[in-house]
Design a protein around this ligand. Structure first.
Ligand code: PLP
Length: 711
């Protein structure tokens, strides 16, 4: 469609769609020409009313609802409110007349949040005390019909969506209707995702209420429709000027209605929208490209049960956020299938209701396209998806035959707030892994295989059973990529996986250490003192081999957490590290990334944030600025963006920030102006706060990241 910006491949149509040209034209015509108030009795008013009634007639024919009412509302959420409000008031009246109205309000466990929230809201506001009960779904997302059958006798209202927005799973409305045959319960069907994708003839069912949102099908936001069966009770939610036959007051959104009417008209012109078979073909084509890009991809809902325009899948070893970041870098818009807050990605409640394993819900991605998509668009989308796959292979996020980019230095991998650290040496192609996590082990093993690195040691900062188990799991996954399998090394490993093959002289003392190319790894057992019972912690110091030089990094496991962040109080550790040594923790709930012994300096994020529209002025005022791209290597591979001429851009992924921090802090302090950026400003805000806390005052970040600045 010509309304798409050609740079962007938009595969998030279940969230919203662009306004299609014929809808845009219809809206423009109303805003410029037929702009009268439909309630006015002069010609301009009559013309506006005619536009509105034409749109209603077209929609009624398409939805087969000439027998009931079709109201224009602001969107599906308003439609849901009105339907729930109407049904609950009617139930209250019936109860007052002494009728048995049941005790329960039932809704499908995977309904859009607007449904359960409305049920709870009106149940409370009207003081009705119904039980609000979710109808469970099976692993494919289909309603548990046995459960519904068992509860139907006590139901006052049943809400079941026609098709799910996250998975595209289609509800078998006929089967639900059979169960409702002898029930007096009202039935609401959310038709948002079905509109334009499934045939819906409302009068052929006993559906009491159904609702639709224009922006999910190429009309603008702020317009929707509510169908009410001719016998269903109705109470207006909005009272006022008596518009919509006093059923929904407020001056009508005529331009939105005209646009929606134009889309409804186009649905039957046989040209604008693709037929079912073409949509199925497009989806298969996209799925093939996705499978190539992400070997091992698992579908979260079977193709035969879902809308032909929706794919929901997970990729073992990759989180939704990582896939979304990857696609976004290639200007492909998909949905994470989960609500991500800056601190924590919440797995989708829809996938949780389907009882998918935790990793699968945390890795889910939704790809959805509109039913007016063209073959050319899908071809271009597939091309872009394959390029994403290449970027992943090049950076060893999935295995493949492309020459990988070598890893060097300290790498931080996170799962929730827990961290695994890798120390890599590019020259000797060797690594140490510290505190492996079961959720990351597959990825680490793949990474080593792809990089052709050998893991020389798997170290733990704790020797309890589950940590030993995690290390053993990684060792078996690594197979031949675990290098320490020579008999003597295995024998000499301690309970933490440590062994020494090097002697260092530091402060006139001989120290046994583990060599890793130019770097050494030293093991310490540190006792904490203080009011509480003292504890012993295992710490690994990493530095380069120079005598008497202080270690660059201290991997402290749970020590930081145990000291509630006051690690400067751990005197025993002070004897071994300097104020410059960077402390890397096994837990990082506050996203500090790295810290130091000396007390941290607080940082006010607002003061170090550069709004994207002020970027040019900032760079002009700070001519030696180095822009630091903290996105991951696979994102950096993909995106091409413009920076003002003469600006230096350096890539330091957030997962490798520790290396950058070491260098920046060693350099003559604050010399260079560092300006961090990422895709949205989230990761760059972590990076800038880390540097500021560590005393580097000349660091800043771009608010909103590339998403706003390159817009
Ligand atoms: N129902 C479904 C199935 C949806 O997908 C959505 C939007 O995502 C809604 C209801 C709410 O629609 P709106 O936000 O347009 O009111």
């Amino acid at each position: 469609m010509s309304t798409y910006s050609s740079r962007v491949i938009y595969l998030d149509s279940n969230a919203t769609t662009p306004v299609m040209p014929l809808a845009l034209e219809a809206a423009r015509a109303v805003m410029e020409d037929d702009y009268g108030n439909p309630s006015s009795v002069h010609s301009s008013g009559l013309q506006a009313k005619a536009v509105m009634e034409n749109a209603r007639k077209t929609a009624c024919e398409l939805l087969g609802c000439s027998d009931g009412k079709l109201l224009f509302v602001s969107g599906a959420t308003e439609g849901i409110q009105t339907a729930v409000f109407s049904a609950l008031l009617a139930l209250r009246d019936r109860k007052a007349r002494g009728e048995d109205i049941g005790t329960d309000l039932l809704y499908g466990a995977t309904e859009h949040k607007a449904v359960p929230e409305s049920l709870h809201h009106w149940n409370t506001v009207l003081n009705l005390n119904f039980r609000v009960i979710a109808i469970p779904v099976d692993s494919v997302g289909r309603h548990d019909l046995t459960f519904l059958e068992q509860h139907i006798k006590t139901a006052g209202l049943v809400c079941t969506m026609a098709a799910n927005n996250e998975t595209g799973v289609i509800t078998k409305l006929d089967e639900i209707e059979k169960l409702l045959k002898d029930s007096a319960a009202y039935w609401m069907v959310d038709g948002v995702q079905a509109l334009g994708k499934l045939p819906l003839k409302l009068n052929q069912h006993r559906i009491d209420y159904s609702l639709f949102s224009g922006h999910k099908l190429y009309a603008p936001k702020g317009i929707g429709m509510l169908y009410v069966h001719k016998d269903a009770p109705f109470t207006p939610l909005l009272a006022g000027g008596g518009q919509e036959g006093s059923l929904r007051s407020g001056t009508e959104n005529v331009s939105g209605i005209a646009a929606l009417g134009a889309v409804m008209q186009a649905l039957s012109d046989g040209v604008t929208f693709r037929d079912h078979a073409s949509l199925h073909r497009f989806r298969l084509q996209l799925l093939e490209a996705m499978k190539e890009a992400f070997p091992g991809l698992i579908l979260n809902a079977p193709l035969e049960d879902t809308l032909p325009t929706t794919l929901n899948f997970s990729v073992p070893g990759l989180t939704s956020k990582e896939i979304l970041d990857l696609f976004d870098a290639a200007d492909v818009r998909v949905s994470a299938g989960s609500a991500c807050s800056a601190a924590k990605a919440q797995p989708s409640f829809v996938l949780q209701a389907m009882s998918l394993p935790e990793w699968q819900a945390a890795s889910a991605v939704r790809v959805s396209f509109g039913p007016a998509t063209t073959q050319e668009y899908i071809d271009e989308a597939c091309k872009r998806v394959r390029v994403c796959g290449e970027a992943l292979r090049k950076t060893c996020m999935v295995t493949g035959d492309i020459e990988p980019l070598p890893a060097d230095g300290v790498i931080q991998l996170s799962f929730g707030s827990a961290c695994t650290w890798i120390i890599a040496d590019a020259e000797s192609k060797q690594c140490c892994v510290i505190d492996p996590l079961p959720e990351l082990n597959e990825r680490i093993a793949k990474y080593m295989r792809c990089q052709h690195y050998k893991v020389k040691a798997i170290l733990s900062t704790a020797s309890h059973d589950h940590q030993v188990g995690h290390s053993a799991q990684l060792r078996s996954l690594l197979g031949e990529y675990f290098a320490a399998d020579e008999a003597n090394m295995l024998r000499s490993q301690d309970a933490f996986g440590f062994f020494s093959d090097l002697e260092l002289t530091r402060n006139n003392q001989v120290i046994k250490a583990l060599s890793l190319g130019r770097q050494y790894v030293q093991q310490l057992h540190i006792r904490t003192e203080g009011n509480q019972a003292s504890q012993t912690f295992t710490v690994y110091l990493v530095g380069t081999g120079a005598s008497n030089s202080n270690p660059d990094f201290a991997f402290c496991g749970d020590l930081v957490i145990a000291c509630q962040g006051n690690i400067e109080g751990v005197r025993n550790l002070r004897d071994y590290i300097s104020d410059q040594t960077l402390i890397c923790s096994a837990h990082d709930p506050e996203k500090l990334l790295v810290s130091r012994m000396q007390p941290a300096e607080p940082c006010c994020l607002e003061e170090v944030t550069i709004p994207s529209h002020e970027l040019e002025t900032f760079l002009h005022d700070h001519p030696n600025t180095v822009m630091i791209d903290v996105r991951e290597p696979y994102e950096q591979q993909l995106s091409h963006f413009d920076v003002p001429p003469g600006t230096r851009v350096v890539h330091v992924p957030l997962s490798r920030l520790a290396n950058g921090v070491k260098q920046w802090l060693q350099g003559s302090q604050n010399d260079e102006t560092l300006l961090f950026f990422c895709r949205t400003g989230g990761r760059s805000s972590q990076a800038v706060q880390c540097l500021r806390r560590l005393g580097y005052q000349n660091a800043w970040h771009v608010a909103g990241g590339l998403a706003l600045w390159q817009h």
